[in-house]
Design a protein around this ligand. Structure first.
Ligand SMILES: O=C(O)[C@H](O)[C@@H](O)[C@H](O)[C@H](O)COP(=O)(O)O
Length: 321
């Protein structure tokens, strides 16, 4: 098989002392990527995409907006992924703090939070300017904030309680409201923060432009609380909406809509484990005309950079059989 990604002709090792030995595809045009070499080697120093990758000049990007770039990172181990994700996030924090005086970060639930653990340790604990961070949720379960199912609680316990982000810059949902009320309330909060300049706006779309969205993907290809085949994936007016029949429990949730996700400056899609391999394969396969796109395939940045942080298991179906 072959895969296609929006990518440039450059396969280059990540540099920098804190980087694990992974490789990235720097994107600005479409490539046809040839057979993927076996990933069974334990050496992480080999490119995970073949040097024989050929550019197909002139072809339209498969899953990419005009200004969109995609990178695929594959790590031998989740530990290496976590090290790289911390470095990536810290660098973006520095960039946006310098450029805008604020860094707006969106979290998902799930395994992502554990993958952020290196940010809570040296050197990042002291070197990151946490006072510039503003934290949001791409989706949240409509449960009390101290409930085991709460994404806020997950992030608080695993990340936020360990770094000095000002409490007033952590934007949890109002858990006293219904799903519909909580979604409206969250959108009102976002509109206020756009108005006072904390959150940027993407003029081309009229939707808020978060600096970085740190997302996970379910085995079915869902992201946020946007599930395959659910009408919410087509919402194109609201910034935040709600679902009462989520196939993944609990059923009541609020979620950012695709226009908000796709207006981001940066997205890190953190996907590990063999259970995600099928969805990764579909997302990175050459099926731009497919009418049954998974939600993850609908995450197409208008003008930004999309980076997959994966492990060998998650990309295992990309191997040439
Ligand atoms: O609240 C949620 O359920 C999440 O935000 C959801 O979108 C999650 O990110 C994915 O299901 C991936 O979760 P895992 O990484 O744990 O598989």
């Amino acid at each position: 098989m072959s895969i296609s990604v929006s990518a440039a002709a450059v396969l280059q090792p990540l540099t920098g002392r804190a980087s694990p030995p992974a490789y990235r595809v720097t994107a600005n045009r479409r490539l046809r990527i040839g057979p993927i070499p076996s990933l069974s080697s334990s050496s992480a120093s080999k490119p995970i995409l073949p040097a024989a990758a050929m550019a197909t000049d002139g072809a339209a990007p498969a899953a990419s907006g005009a200004g969109s770039k995609q990178k695929l990172l594959v790590f031998d181990a989740e530990e290496d992924l976590a090290v790289s994700l911390a470095k990536y996030t810290a660098e973006l924090s520095e960039k946006f703090a310098a450029e805008r005086g604020a860094f707006t970060v969106v979290l998902s639930g799930g395994s992502l939070i554990k993958a952020l653990r290196k940010l809570t340790e040296p050197p990042y604990l002291d070197s990151v300017d946490w006072s510039k961070w503003h934290v949001f949720w791409v989706d949240e379960r409509v449960v009390p904030k101290d409930h085991e199912d709460s994404n806020y609680k997950l992030a608080l316990d695993g990340f936020l309680s360990k770094v000095p982000i000002p409490t007033g810059q952590v934007y949890a949902i109002n858990d006293a409201l219904s799903a519909e009320g909580a979604a409206d309330d969250y959108e009102t909060c976002l509109r206020r923060l756009v108005k006072n300049g904390v959150i940027a706006m993407l003029a081309a779309t009229g939707f808020p432009r978060f600096d970085l969205q740190l997302l996970g993907m379910g085995p079915d290809g869902h992201i946020a609380s946007l599930f395959p085949g659910h009408p919410l994936v087509n919402e194109n007016q609201k910034w935040v909406t709600y679902i009462k029949d989520s196939p993944k429990p609990p059923p009541e949730r609020i979620t950012f809509t695709f226009p908000v996700i796709n207006s981001s400056a940066y997205i890190a899609m953190v996907v590990t484990g063999a259970g995600k391999a099928g969805a990764v394969q579909k997302a990175l396969s050459d099926k731009e005309t497919s009418s049954d796109k998974l939600p993850v395939e609908m995450a197409v940045l208008q003008d930004g950079e999309f980076t997959w942080f994966t492990d060998k298991e998650a990309v295992s179906l990309l191997q040439n059989k």
